[in-house]
Design a protein around this ligand. Structure first.
Ligand code: G1P
Ligand code: ZN
Length: 583
């Protein structure tokens, strides 16, 4: 061991188990002495399955949230202490999650350490996160995260290089003891990637020939600002006022960087006020997206189905679509596209990591999650800016034959072709873990009772009735490696084809979060412009009554409602019936 490399004794910390997307905790937890060091050492100890920490090349970067820079200095010290050969780090520690995935792939790195808690708020009293991605650029699969967790439980020491911090502002190569360090431009490789995927020429000529089509991208003070600036302004020549909140800030400007109708208020307001046809936002680390134009909101479930349907307008897919996929709670809208076009379609558990094997095996091109995640096999993460540019590409292509088409026209055209899946999600955030467990235990009890099947329930406020058809606790067997993931959500299916799903979040940093997903399909054209709140009202009432959710959680209302509706002016809260964004 070189004399500058020291072995520091430590003790395991409880609860260093990576969740749906890495280890997420309050900053104060990560700031404890040895806490971050232990986890990073556990990651490096778990690399051997991938070829070993010694001699590895790792990509490091994140959304720039509070504690990112100290965490990168810790990673540098431990990587150097463990014989890692090279770290490729984003300038000032900044790399969006999709950009990091691209860099791992492009530079054939061993893996990457991503510093993000995604859309969770940042700052000294908010959240931080560390996530390990493997060689294919995607989140570590469960065998790796289990191995990391295992190591955190038995760790007794970690190795560090005793040296001063590295200057993260200097683009180029440096050495750090035995370690080579390359600080790279955070944006350039990603812009090049998107240029190779989309028809920038077509988008540009549409935007320039249609000056009335205004675009607004809201970075929510997360990591995507610089990427959006380079692409929307730099590549597509849009005016400066097409982007807002584009300076990454360590606490996301004090906001909650999650692109949905509750938290992306800044976007919704300006879109409505300035009659902007195409609005979009991304989350803290840049993997989520929301598409929202004046009077037009696209649910992520619809968004991925539409992108799949229009794939042949995107140069990257000209060679053919290999297959489609969605996470289990995501609506079946994409399944109808797959059926019509003869594509294979997969239903995987929640979490992007489940798409990776299918992509690597050449069976999946386009996939999405209802949680504002959309993407393709160009990388192994969901990709917010990719989805935004995909939509611009599709609108530009649609306008070649249908002048004046915007988000609404594309949505309605889709419903006319395939029918409409009404979809919504209720989140009950930071409820007591005991209450959440009691809800799940009660679902298990109900599901085990044979008399539950065929039982019927009437909604009180609307004359609708629902009969239970099937109940499932979702288990997934990966078709590529046959690994089995159990307990992935309770599905309650009714005889009319509608369904509700309950699952516990795996990304929260405190207490428990219960997610309640509601889906109802219709092929009746009279329903296509109906507000989602109306379309789902009876189903929601019945599901809440059957499961006694409000009683178990002690909450009469969810914290967040993800609503879908064609006309935003008609978006109303399902519970209080007040408009969500009064004009
Ligand atoms: C949530 C979303 C899930 C997404 C994950 C990471 O996980 O529901 O679709 O993949 O964030 O962005 P959850 O908190 O539900 O476990
Ligand atoms: Zn994210």
């Amino acid at each position: 061991m070189s004399s500058d490399i020291k072995e520091i004794p430590t003790k395991p910390f409880d609860g260093q188990k990576p969740g749906t997307s890495g280890l997420r905790k309050r900053v104060k937890v990560f700031e404890q002495e040895h806490y971050t060091e232990n986890f990073v050492q556990a990651i490096l100890d778990s690399i051997p399955a991938q070829g070993g920490a010694k001699g590895a090349t790792l990509v490091v970067g994140g959304d720039g949230r509070y504690f990112s820079v100290p965490a990168i200095q810790i990673i540098l010290r431990i990587a150097a202490g463990n014989g890692v050969s090279k770290l490729i780090i984003g300038h000032q520690g900044i790399l969006s999650t999709p950009a990091a995935s691209n860099i791992i792939r492009k530079y054939k790195a061993t893996g990457g350490i991503l510093l993000t808690a995604s859309h969770n708020p940042g700052g000294p009293n908010a959240d931080f996160g560390i996530k390990y991605n493997v060689q294919n650029g995607g989140p570590a699969p469960e065998n790796v995260t289990n191995s990391i967790y295992g190591r955190t439980k038995s760790i007794t020491s970690y190795k560090v290089l005793d040296a001063p911090p590295v200057d993260l502002s200097k683009i180029g190569d440096q050495t750090y003891g035995p370690l080579k360090v390359t600080i790279i431009d955070s944006v350039a490789d990603y812009v090049e990637l998107l240029r190779s995927i989309f028809d920038f020429g077509l988008i540009k000529s549409f935007l320039h020939s249609t000056p009335s089509f205004k675009v607004l991208f809201d970075g929510l003070h997360g990591v995507t600002g610089p990427y959006a600036k380079a692409i929307l302004l730099g590549e597509l020549g849009l005016p400066r006022d097409s982007i807002q909140n584009f300076e990454p800030s360590p606490n996301f400007g004090g906001g909650h960087p999650d692109p949905n109708l509750t938290y992306a208020h800044s976007l919704v307001e300006v879109v409505e006020k300035n009659n902007i046809q195409f609005g979009a936002a991304s989350d803290g680390d840049g993997d989520r997206n929301m598409i929202y134009g004046k009077g037009a909101f696209v649910t992520p479930s619809d968004s991925v189905a539409i992108i799949a349907d229009w794939a042949d307008s995107i140069p990257y897919f000209k060679g053919g679509v290999k297959g489609l996929a969605r996470s289990m709670p995501t609506s079946a809208a994409i399944d109808y596209v797959a059926e019509a076009k003869g594509y294979e379609v997969f239903e995987v558990p929640t979490g992007w990591k489940f798409f990776g094997n299918l992509m690597d095996a050449g069976r999946l091109s386009i996939c999405g999650e209802e949680s504002f995640g959309t993407g393709s096999d160009h990388i192994r993460e969901k990709d917010g800016i990719w989805a935004v540019i995909a939509w611009l590409n599709i609108i530009a292509a649609a306008n070649q034959t249908n002048k004046g088409w915007g988000i609404n026209e594309i949505l309605l055209d889709h419903y006319q072709k395939y029918g409409r899946s009404f979809f919504s999600r209720y989140d009950y955030e930071e409820v007591s873990s005991e209450g959440a467990q009691a809800l799940i235990d009660n679902l298990d009890k109900l599901f085990a009772d044979p008399s539950f099947i065929s039982s019927s329930y009437n909604a009180k406020s609307v004359s609708e009735s629902f009969t239970v058809a099937k109940v499932t606790n979702f288990t997934y067997t990966d078709p590529i490696d046959n690994s089995v993931s159990k307990n992935q959500g309770h599905i309650l299916q009714f005889t009319d084809g509608s369904r509700v799903v309950f699952r516990l979040s795996g990304t929260g940093s405190q207490g428990a979060t219960v997610r309640f997903y509601i889906e109802r399909y219709s092929k009746d054209p009279a329903q296509y412009e109906r507000p989602t709140a109306e379309g789902l009202k009876g189903l929601i009432e019945v599901a809440l009554a059957i499961t006694k959710l409000p009683e178990f959680l002690g909450r009469s209302e969810p914290t967040v409602i993800t609503v879908s509706g064609v006309l935003s002016s008609r978006l109303v809260c399902h519970l209080c019936a007040n408009p969500i964004y009064p004009q």
